[in-house]
Design a protein around this ligand. Sequence first.
Ligand code: VGL
Ligand code: ZN
Length: 198
Amino acid sequence: MKALILVDIQNDFIPGGALAVRDGDQVVPAANRLMPRFELVVATKDWHPANHLSFASQHPGKGIGDVIDLNGLPQVLWPDHCVEGTPGAEFVPGLDVIGITQVFEKGTDRTVDSYSGFFDNGRRQATGLEDFLRGRHVDEVFILGLATDYCVKFTALDAASLGFKTHLLLDGCRGVDLRPGDVDRAVEEMRAAGVLVE
Ligand code: VGL
Ligand code: ZN
């Protein structure tokens, strides 16, 4: 059984949003085109409390893009984004949400970030996505969304490490490229981990 995983197609990650990814809105037509070809479509949402510790605003003297130690994990500091219940955390208008069977929220714990749709960055808590997919006898996943070099990358790496045959649908992804080349490096990392990039 195959499943399509839509990663973080939310207002804050498209142009005009708090953590805008260049051309981020262009993943929407790709998602809409692919959804009808899958029996099962799931989505993740970045879903933070307003005082999430990945926000630079929570660390006086630090700025966006700085890297700090957060409970033993390196943490890039971001602008406030995808605050639970705010418009920025909603799916992008135009996304055919009717095709989505289940949504998995991540990043809900103030003290740890969660780039992957499966686990937080410390791999301490699961979101339920793995159990859900296994319950539906999914063995192969196709991943697209935002952002290639963060949440898409870590979702794909976890999917592969959990034993799912994992495809990255590059045409349906856009990245942050905080440092130029980050997206290309992310794609190579996924490929090296056995992700099928197409
Ligand atoms: C993401 C940075 C911070 C993402 C989420 O969805 O890729 N990136 N939070
Ligand atoms: Zn986030």
